[in-house]
Design a protein around this ligand. Structure first.
Ligand SMILES: Cc1cc2nc3c(=O)[nH]c(=O)nc-3n(C[C@H](O)[C@H](O)[C@H](O)COP(=O)(O)OP(=O)(O)OC[C@H]3O[C@@H](n4cnc5c(N)ncnc54)[C@H](O)[C@@H]3O)c2cc1C
Length: 390
């Protein structure tokens, strides 16, 4: 079914991002395989992406951005990374653009905007969002990282004294600005949470460990720890005690960004169609067996139906109308679809599907986490279920 979501400007953007991926990430200068082995995308790649206009497009022009408040551009980046089989590079960029940036745009005061937005656009300031802790993930209100407000005692104003640990943090090693969710009032649950920005180099802020994962290998997922970190009150985002509300209000965009998993399913289908046309068994292309045709017909149908829903959600987001429930539907449905599709497509690759040199093998391991992060799919179903009055 022909997509009606994009206009010429998005297709031009897509073409130039595709060129960037080919030059800097995959071929010629690109060393994606090396980044997967290193567990890290070099920082300078963010700056190169910025030079091409692919970072923080929504930042207003006065701070160096393009002023393009259009989530379709963000979707193009996610889709093209999946198509090129470099999803774990894409994750760091989409985290920066789709998930972290909205907090800076919505909750920074003027002086914070001047301090941070230009670097976020230029790629000098890479961002991360730290909510999950070793002891809690889904139940965020039970977090224990604390931020006690106190006077500096030297006439230097007030600061928060931050203690605790966060884990599974995307961009954790590369990040210069970490949006930290911490309890400023430990006696409260949701209303005790505030957001503040931890900057690279703050004393007591350590990146404890880069985590070894089954997939998303180029992603520098890390543990962060905070020991008596003095965070100036000027780094508070928005108002104290409002952090949970801010997190919730950004979730529809975060979840739609993950639901772009449907692009990973589309990519898997394309690679598989190519493969089953070329590979022969019993004197015929394996795609010509009825079992293969039926599998791929089912995959094609499921992917197309999901694609229409995601595109509709993107329109709703741009119009400011995407509800948390609709975004939760998109997130759980598309990520489960992604899991099913990559599994079935890998099967059609036979033994080659198990070899990491084939993109379907990487897509398979990369896919598993999308059902877990951004809110586990069970939490998505809770959101949808409650909206039914249950
Ligand atoms: C690669 C990766 C990147 C990540 N990036 C980030 C990041 O950048 N920032 C960040 O803050 N976090 C990040 N996370 C953390 C992620 O968001 C959490 O792992 C996720 O929210 C689940 O939390 P948990 O792991 O503590 O699981 P738990 O909360 O312990 O839940 C475990 C399982 O229990 C079940 N469950 C839990 N609660 C319920 C319930 N109410 N009803 C039914 N079933 C339930 C679900 O099956 C769930 O999967 C990342 C995780 C991974 C693996």
């Amino acid at each position: 079914m022909r997509r009606s979501l994009f206009e010429d400007v998005h297709e031009d953007f897509r073409a130039s991002f595709r060129t960037f991926l080919q030059r800097e990430v995959i071929g010629e200068q690109g060393r994606y395989g090396q980044w997967e082995r290193d567990g890290l995308v070099p920082r300078e790649v963010f700056a190169l992406a910025a030079r091409g206009g692919f970072l923080a497009m929504a930042v207003p022009e006065e701070y160096g951005g393009a002023g393009a408040q259009d989530f379709r551009l963000n979707l193009v980046i996610g889709e093209e990374c999946q198509r090129a089989g470099v999803g774990s590079f894409g994750l760091g960029v989409t985290l920066h653009n789709d998930i972290c940036l909205p907090y800076f745009l919505s909750y920074c005061d003027e002086s914070q905007r001047e301090r941070w937005l230009p670097g976020i656009v230029s790629g000098e300031l890479i961002t991360a969002l730290a909510m999950t802790e070793p002891g809690i993930g889904s139940d965020l209100a039970a977090m224990s990282t604390s931020a006690r407000r106190q006077s500096s005692g030297d006439g230097g104003g007030e600061h928060y004294l931050v203690n605790g640990a966060k884990t599974f943090i995307t961009n954790g090693i590369n990040a210069d600005l970490v949006i930290l969710a911490a309890k400023t009032d430990p006696s409260e649950r949701h209303r005790g949470i505030s957001l503040m920005v931890i900057e690279r180099g703050m004393e007591g802020f350590e990146r404890s460990r880069k985590l070894e994962k089954i997939g998303q290998h180029a992603q520098d997922t890390a543990e962060l720890s905070f020991h008596d970190v003095r965070v100036p009150v000027e780094n508070l985002l928005g108002r104290e005690g409002e952090g949970f509300r801010y997190l919730v209000s950004n979730l529809p965009q975060e979840r739609l960004s993950i639901a772009a998993a449907v692009a990973a399913a589309e990519a898997a289908l394309d690679w598989t169609l190519d493969y089953v046309r070329e590979r022969h068994a019993f004197g015929q292309p394996i795609g010509s067996f009825q079992a293969s045709r039926f599998t791929l017909a089912e995959v094609q149908s499921e992917v197309q139906v999901a694609r229409v829903y995601v595109d509709r959600c993107a329109q709703a987001l741009n119009a400011g109308e995407l509800t948390p429930e609709d975004a939760a539907v998109a997130k759980w449905w598309c990520t489960e679809l992604q899991g099913r599709v990559v599994d079935r497509c890998l099967q059609l690759h036979g033994g080659y599907g198990y070899m990491v040199e084939y993109p379907i093998a990487r897509a398979y391991v990369d896919a598993r986490v999308t059902r877990i992060y951004g809110g586990a799919n069970e939490i998505m179903k809770e959101i949808v279920g409650r909206s039914l009055g249950l």
